[in-house]
Design a protein around this ligand. Structure first.
Ligand SMILES: *Cc1c(COP(=O)(O)O)cnc(C)c1O
Length: 436
């Protein structure tokens, strides 16, 4: 059953996350600072201390197109691994855009439309968020302009097409449409782009256009809030409670969305579940980043957020899991990581594709490159269980399908995919540019 509320974990945490700061005054920002970018209802959700927030009827009506999503036990994967572990996955790839992103795109478009906004701007990495927002804008008659990271724009032409089919306008980022993009291109005409740069471009246009607002597909509290439909459904559907929940983290929204309802039960003493985030070795914000105030974008237009960051001008190598190429991390999850509420590990590109192929050959679903990180970790855990004989119950979010990522699978099968090593000097260098 589709839940009727989103779950806000903030009031259940032992301490609240540090507030975002105004870049000039270094004081906590107020709603008026965010008003040029977001509608009032989303700003209220961003800072809400209410435990439950009702999902509007208009949003539920759209959710009903694909929710509740299937919760599946991976019997065939378990069998191929010969593991006593039981692996469950919540499959979000059945949404119109093929990922979990419409769970937040739809309410974001709804609240903007309700408050009279005409145009939504955004960035997209792999194109999952851009196509989700373009779909959501089509539902509520909004215009949609999308800055797509150039590396993905070139790797994934069909995601671009899908955004256009839904009525969106797509720019390759860095673009000459904005000052932020032009500045990056002047320094590096061959820049592959990054989510940080694309955010700068979308924010610049929203902030300078009166009836336009900006929408972000991850990182912020209201985004993770909307994604809790994943975990609430899973909690109600599972025939047994998980010992371990694993999710991939780019900005943290599918992980937070799956984990928070289980974390609520754990914090209340009802569960002993452990939680593990998996990030790409090429963009390891939790495991190799620093916990500090930093900008959410490259140009420094956003408020300062305290988060695990690799530095706002860090440009990750062009791995195919475009949705995980973000320098920062959800401030809420970063705070929870500092509180020791979950752990994080990294996986590199080739072992992830290997896991994706194994999953496709057993379970039949072709995973997006992002959730193959969680699958690689789930498989490694299941193989550990094979050695110890432990009948662990593992849950993961299969947060998207990979039908638009077949070029990357082709390269993997041809042996052309590389694993990038990330030298410490590159991280150190980017961290010297943190706002003091
Ligand atoms: C965007 C995306 C991600 C990364 O974003 P999170 O906010 O960390 O979930 C992961 N997987 C898929 C399929 C995505 O579209």
């Amino acid at each position: 059953m589709i839940p009727s509320n989103w779950y806000n974990i903030v009031p259940d945490l032992p301490s609240p996350p540090p507030p975002p700061l105004h870049p000039a005054t270094r004081q906590p920002i107020g709603p008026e600072d965010l008003a040029p970018l977001f509608p009032a209802e989303l700003i209220a959700q961003e800072v809400s201390t209410e435990r439950y927030i009702p999902i509007p009827q208009e949003v539920l009506d759209v959710y009903r197109l694909w929710r509740p999503t299937p919760l599946i036990r991976a019997h065939r994967l378990e069998k191929s691994l010969g593991t006593p572990a039981r692996i469950y996955y919540k499959y979000e790839g059945v949404s119109p855009a093929g990922s979990h992103k419409p769970n937040t795109a739809v309410p974001q478009a709804y609240y903007n439309a309700k408050e009279g906004v005409r145009l939504l701007t955004t960035e997209t990495g792999a194109g999952q968020w851009g196509s989700s927002l373009a779909f959501a804008c089509a539902q509520f008659d909004l215009e949609c302009q999308i800055w797509m990271v150039k590396a993905s724009y070139e790797q994934k032409p069909y995601r671009r097409s899908l955004m256009k089919v839904y009525g969106g306008t797509v720019h390759a980022s860095p673009s000459t449409v904005t000052n932020a993009g032009s500045k990056v291109l002047a320094d590096d005409p061959d820049s592959p782009g990054s989510l940080g740069i694309a955010i700068s471009e979308a924010v610049e246009v929203a902030a300078s256009t009166p009836d336009a607002r900006y929408a972000l597909g991850s990182v912020l509290n209201h985004v993770l809030l909307h994604q809790t439909v994943i975990g609430e459904e899973a909690l109600a559907e599972l025939p047994e409670m998980p010992d371990l929940v694993i999710g991939c983290t780019g900005g943290g929204s599918n992980f937070g969305g799956l984990v928070f309802p289980f974390m609520r039960e754990k914090l209340a003493g009802n569960l002993r579940t452990e939680f593990r985030a998996v990030e790409p070795a090429a963009c390891p914000s939790f495991t190799r980043g620093t916990y500090a105030y930093d900008f959410g974008d490259t140009a420094g237009l956003t408020p300062l957020m305290k988060m695990h960051t690799l530095g706002h001008d860090f440009v990750p190598d062009p791995i195919h899991a475009g949705g995980l190429r973000y320098h920062g991390m959800s401030p809420l999850l970063s705070h929870m990581y500092e509180l020791g509420l979950f752990t994080a590990v990294t996986r590199s590109q080739r072992e992830c594709f290997e896991a994706g192929v194994r999953f496709a050959r057993t379970e039949g679903i072709l995973p997006a490159p992002e959730p193959t990180h969680a699958l690689a970790e789930a498989i490694a855990e299941a193989l550990r269980c094979k050695e110890t004989g432990e009948e662990k119950v593992i849950l993961t979010a299969l947060c998207g399908h990979g039908h638009f990522d077949l070029g990357a699978y082709d390269r993997y099968l041809a042996g052309d995919l590389e694993d990038f090593t990330l030298p410490q000097e590159r991280i150190d260098e980017a961290l010297t540019h943190l706002p003091g």
